[in-house]
Design a protein around this ligand. Structure first.
Ligand code: SF4
Length: 693
């Protein structure tokens, strides 16, 4: 008899590294199987819309290539020869390897390394509890948000902005440096509502005519790393043509008179030569922006992924302070709302066990770290033990040449806890199978909106998979690490963390599904003052407050040519923008995502293709001082000549020479506080006559 009963629907939250953190409804077919995944209609930010890659999540959770059992490497590193072992044996071997190395080199020789493969607070951040209790090397979390966040904080002093749902009440939404259609689809939901309901305009500022730019009323196609110049020229016009709100600036800002004087020569003609835009395009945008009171800047991460990224972000954020658009509903600027949540993560992260004397290693420089760069290691020991959760540095970190050389070291013991056989998993000595978000309990916080959400376990763990919390607790016992968090369940940790942070407890949150933490209008719009001690927005940022390496940074918004500029040897500027069907390297195992993305390509303008003698579909060699690789060319005129785009992150195995595009991305730490400048790379491109498809 056919079972016609409707599947049970469970509430959850998207765990992936995306600002939207969508509220989900997941079909539970039975205790070991999920069905369709939809966006929750009654969550006012998600509004029933999620991206296609998460809508087909069953493909990922039930993928036949999921890692299901603990395994021990039995061949050469990376050879793919494994032996299935028990959990007890696996955890015993990891603990034994770590204890041996600690005894030889001291605790800092072990580096727990993680990032945002899941954004759940317990399963993502619990690794820090083990780190702190054991006094393992600290990790500076620079790979994603540092550059953008520093620039934002320099102006406003706090990581928050207006409620992003206000975009629907705006008359002009400026989507700057984020391909929202690919990376946070809900921005489009609210921006297009404004267009539909009130004929609002949508402007997109990006380095290529991507899916978001295709929806725009005006697309400003800028050269990579030149957004600061555009912002300056727009502000020049705002001041010159009477669209600057001097009364607002007098009350709410610091340094506006210096700014006005400084911008005298930052004309649209000046910026046109830098940005690749025409002066007319800059005037058109400046006038549209200046004449629209309810103008909402949605500032993304992409345009800050550059050596001059914080300066660009700060310059862009200045626009709202010049026009005073902060005063209006549907106006102001929004980058991230992480500052509204006041979490107490002492329990989850073991913050009560931190030893400030322990060294900190920069995660974006894992290549130099593992290859023994003294700039990073200082007087401390080499890293000889890695415990990796939620990230895939063999594909996503900068300077892959060094990363790969480091992982190949015979004296480096690597434990990887993963869902799939990633390039990093391939280099493990002990490989542990990890649950997906539907198989464990966790708690989520949205950066691009304002909800906290529960993500309770929906099905039992598949195979022998264990959660990150389970692995950390199991290792702690074997390593002699004591903290009460290791003896608690994930749900107990969620409950206590919610309570001590001043939010509804776990039972209430599970019942409600989510809690909206949005702050009041005046606070969100900084109408009680900005968050610096003088309560002003700073046009003249104090970069020393953002990071120690601030010498030489500009005192006012500017085009800061700290980037890897194109030169005769490297005539192209490369951006590694996110692909629609991947999220970093998550989803690169799912068949539909792979089918839709087809293969790694470099998008090249037809003029450039003609100049170098290549054509659509041909194989070219692309390189710089860090190395070179073969890739298919795609002729694409939706970018400026001189710019090339490689949408990613394709794992290395999909490239002809089995190494990914971040081979060419520098690990040089940008000022003032480090980061990963993924969109700031100068390259050469040559036809590869002998390469065959
Ligand atoms: S848009 Fe972002 S948060 Fe929403 S389902 Fe997709 S990846 Fe998850």
């Amino acid at each position: 008899m056919t079972n016609t009963a409707a599947p049970e629907i469970r509430a959850s939250a998207c765990p992936h590294d995306c600002p939207s953190t969508c509220a989900l409804e997941i079909e539970r077919l039975n205790s070991r199987q999920i069905g369709r995944v939809r966006g929750a209609e009654n969550n006012s930010y998600t509004a029933g819309v999620i991206c296609a890659k998460v809508a087909r999540y069953a493909e990922r959770t039930h993928h036949p290539d999921r890692l299901m059992h603990p395994m021990r490497r039995i061949g050469e590193k990376g050879s793919g020869a494994w032996q299935q072992i028990s959990w007890d044996d696996a955890l015993d071997e990891v603990a034994e390897a770590f204890l041996k190395r600690e005894a030889q080199y001291g605790s800092e020789t072990i580096w727990p390394y993680y990032y945002a493969g899941t954004m759940g607070l317990v399963q993502r951040d619990g690794i820090n509890r083990l780190r702190h209790v054991k006094k393992y090397s600290e990790q500076k979390l620079t790979i994603c948000t540092t550059l953008a966040r520093g620039g934002w904080m320099a102006g406003t002093g706090s990581l928050h902005g207006p409620d992003p749902r206000e975009m629907a009440k705006s008359d002009l939404v400026v989507i700057w440096g984020t391909n929202a259609v690919h990376t946070q689809v809900n921005v489009m939901t609210h921006a297009t509502r404004a267009r539909k309901d009130r004929s609002a305009k949508i402007v997109v500022i990006d380095t290529y005519r991507n899916a978001t730019a295709q929806t725009a009323d005006l697309h400003l196609c800028v050269n990579p790393g030149t957004d600061g110049a555009l912002a300056c020229a727009v502000m020049h016009v705002l001041f010159k043509e009477g669209m600057a709100d001097r009364a607002y600036m007098e009350k709410f800002t610091k340094g506006w008179k210096e700014l006005e004087a400084h911008l005298q020569d930052k004309t649209p003609d000046w910026a046109a030569a830098i940005t690749g835009l025409t002066p007319e395009e800059i005037y058109a945008f400046a006038r549209l922006y200046g004449q629209t009171k309810k103008s909402f800047l949605r500032l993304g991460y992409g345009f800050a992924r550059s050596q001059n990224g914080p300066v660009n972000m700060h310059a862009a954020s200045c626009l709202a302070a010049v026009t005073g658009s902060w005063q209006y509903e549907g106006g102001g600027a929004m980058h991230n709302n992480g500052g509204i949540y006041h979490w107490d993560k002492t329990l989850i992260e073991g913050l009560d066990a931190i030893d400030p004397a322990i060294r900190t290693l920069d995660m974006s420089r894992i290549g130099p770290v593992l290859t023994g760069d003294k700039t990073d290691l200082g007087d401390g020991p080499p890293v000889t033990g890695l415990l990796i959760q939620n990230t895939n540095p063999m594909d996503v970190a900068p300077e892959l040449g060094k990363v790969h050389a480091g992982f190949a070291r015979d004296d480096l013991f690597v434990c990887v806890h993963e869902q799939f056989m990633t390039e990093t998993a391939k280099m493990a000595d002990i490989l542990l199978p990890a649950t997906t978000f539907v198989e464990h309990d966790d708690l989520y916080q949205a950066g691009g909106q304002s909800h906290i959400m529960m993500g309770p376990k929906i099905i039992d763990p598949l195979g022998e998979c264990r959660s990150n919390h389970g692995v950390i607790s199991g290792l702690a016992k074997r390593l002699g690490a004591e903290h009460r968090g290791f003896d608690m369940t994930a749900m107990e940790m969620i409950d206590e963390t919610l309570k001590v942070s001043g939010w509804p407890d776990a039972e209430t949150l599970t019942e409600k599904k989510w809690h909206d933490c949005m702050i009041d209008f005046d606070s969100a719009h900084y109408l009680n003052g900005f968050a610096h001690s003088d309560r002003k927005f700073h046009f003249t940022p104090d970069w020393s407050k953002i990071g120690a390496d601030y010498e030489g940074m500009p005192a006012l918004p500017d085009h800061w040519e700290a980037i890897f500029v194109a030169d005769a040897e490297h005539p192209f500027r490369m951006v590694t923008a996110p692909a629609r069907n991947f999220l970093n390297t998550s989803f690169t195992a799912t068949p539909t995502s792979l089918k839709r993305e087809k293969r790694p390509t470099v998008k090249i303008h037809s003029q450039d293709a003609a100049a170098i003698g290549t054509e659509d579909g041909a194989i070219v060699r692309i390189g710089n001082r860090l190395g070179s690789l073969l890739i298919h060319a795609e002729i694409f005129d939706g970018l400026n000549p001189g710019t090339v785009i490689v949408e990613s992150v394709w794992p290395g195995k999909f490239f002809i020479e089995k190494v990914g595009i971040n081979l060419l991305v520098s690990a040089k730490a940008p000022k003032p506080n480090g980061g990963a400048a993924f969109h700031d790379t100068a390259v050469w491109i040559r036809p590869e006559a002998d390469a065959s498809d």
